[in-house]
Design a protein around this ligand. Structure first.
Ligand code: ATP
Length: 462
């Protein structure tokens, strides 16, 4: 048995964004999009392990919203909606960022992000700081992607790719009151792609023009709004903590009065300490009755709740936790990234919470002969009935462990000559490196048992 004493932690904060980008490409999590054509800035394709990891993030979100509660129902609404949606929501008039152009270097910047941007001629300076800089006045730039429906571009054919999933929920509020037999407080949850023509996308998958959101609108009686706002602040912060994010890297930040949308009486962001500094993971807002009132006015439909017993009627207030699946995945990757040494050899390891890890268990025959691959295949087929498993027989065992460590696989099963004699295998733990001998028949249940155990990041004790 090998214990934790053979590991030496090299650095707690070894992680940089460059290291994450390079690991993601090397190990098939995320690739720059359209690379063979020279790439398309800030557009990414998710590879095999990226798909598995992001699915696990989304799966845990659904689980916390649907499976563990009985007051929330699911929706998957269209990306292209009636254009009046965006008139009513205020996006057509107000979903803008202030844009400045530099007449010298021809680059564009967000006026409110100048202090985080680099001058096109002298990247060590901010735009406007060199004598050559020639910046225009800031003008409003609408972030919605516009397209047309139908074969002819004519008046009324302009539509938009949704910049948030939330509006699809408000558009369906009436349907849900009718079919779901829910009454406030209740919520409608949705995960889906959103599109924003960001002026300065960047920092890998932190800010892209196409991304996935996980949003839930929670409809409440007006006098209960504050209580539910606080409930959701608590729930959403704990969601990240339960999935292993280190508490000292996570915080809630309440918006100042001048940051609030005009309709919001309170908004707080869940922020994570990325290598680029504290940044938003999720916004939780008390939106009042703004959205339903606006859509009622623009559609001419009544969007209110009527209590059939008391005849009381009101427009519910809305609490909205709005998160990004890609940003959350980036935070989990950053929080998990670690480097250490095993027996003098450097190792990169993703210390992901096991429930998030793309692959839960790897099955590795020690050698590619003597009946070991056959038995290993049998073990693999059994395990994949329980969890996402992977079979790997190529190369030295040490290299195969290293590969699994880099994609964050929490457990590896090794089949050796003894396995053929007594049907036992070794089960290795990614973090403690502990190896136990266990009967093949007990493996599936053991892995499932370990998956149910509470987990804290080993980086906390480093
Ligand atoms: P930011 O201030 O970072 O632009 P926001 O406050 O505009 O974000 P919201 O409209 O509240 O973002 O969207 C909810 C969540 O959707 C964000 O917290 C983030 O996780 C995600 N998100 C928003 N824009 C992007 C983007 N361009 N790329 C990736 N994720 C995004």
């Amino acid at each position: 048995m090998r214990g934790a004493d053979s590991i030496r932690v090299v650095a707690d904060d070894a992680v940089t964004m460059d290291k994450i980008v390079s690991l993601c490409k090397r190990r098939g999590f995320v690739f720059p999009s359209s690379e063979i054509y020279g790439g398309l800035g800030s557009s990414y394709d998710y590879g095999h392990y990226g798909v598995l990891l992001k699915n696990n993030v989304k799966g845990r979100w659904w689980r916390s919203m649907l499976q563990e509660r009985d007051d929330i129902v699911a929706l998957d609404s269209a990306i292209i909606q009636h254009p009046r949606t965006w008139l009513a929501s205020g996006h057509l008039a107000g979903f803008t960022d202030p844009l400045v152009d530099c007449r010298t270097c021809k680059l564009r910047f967000r006026a409110d992000h100048i202090d985080q941007s680099a001058c096109g001629r002298k990247p060590s300076k901010h735009p406007g700081e060199t004598p050559d800089c020639d910046l225009t006045e800031a003008r409003d730039f609408n972030l919605m992607f516009e397209t047309t429906v139908g074969p002819v571009k004519e008046e009324g054919s302009t539509v938009y790719l949704r910049p948030e999933t939330a509006q699809g929920i408000f558009l369906n509020f009436k349907n849900y009151l009718q079919f779901s037999r829910k009454k406030p407080p209740f919520g409608i949850a949705q995960i889906g792609k959103s599109f924003r023509n960001e002026i300065t996308p960047g920092n890998f998958i932190f800010r892209t023009r196409e991304f996935e959101q996980m949003e839930m609108e929670y409809f409440v009686p007006p006098d209960e709004a504050q209580r539910w706002f606080e409930h959701w602040l608590d729930q959403r912060l704990n969601w990240y903590l339960d999935l292993g994010i280190r508490p000292d890297h996570l915080r809630l930040r309440a918006h100042d009065a001048d940051e609030l949308s005009h309709y919001s009486s309170g908004t707080s962001d869940v922020e994570y300490l990325f290598p680029i500094g504290w940044s938003e993971l999720e916004g939780i807002a008390n939106r009042g009755n703004f959205d339903l009132t606006q859509h009622a006015e623009y559609s001419g439909q009544k969007l209110e709740y009527v209590d059939t017993a008391t005849k009381e009627r009101y427009v519910p207030h809305v609490i909205e936790p709005a998160a990004g699946a890609d940003r959350a995945m980036l935070a989990f990757l950053v929080d998990a990234y670690d480097e250490d040494e095993i027996g003098g050899e450097p190792r990169t390891v993703l210390r992901l919470h096991p429930v998030l890890a793309p692959v839960k268990v790897a099955v590795l025959p020690l050698v590619r002969k003597d009946g070991q691959p056959e038995l290993a295949h049998e073990v693999y087929r059994t395990l994949r009935d329980h969890v996402q498993a992977e079979y790997d027989e190529g190369g030295a065992i040490g290299r195969r462990y290293r590969r699994q460590d880099e994609i964050g696989t929490p457990w590896a099963v090794t089949i050796d000559h003894q396995s053929l004699e007594d049907r036992t295998v070794t089960l290795r733990d990614r973090d403690s490196l502990e190896q136990i001998r266990i009967a093949i028949d007990e493996l599936g249940e053991e892995v499932e048992r370990r998956l149910r155990e509470p987990w804290t990041s080993p980086k906390l004790n480093a």
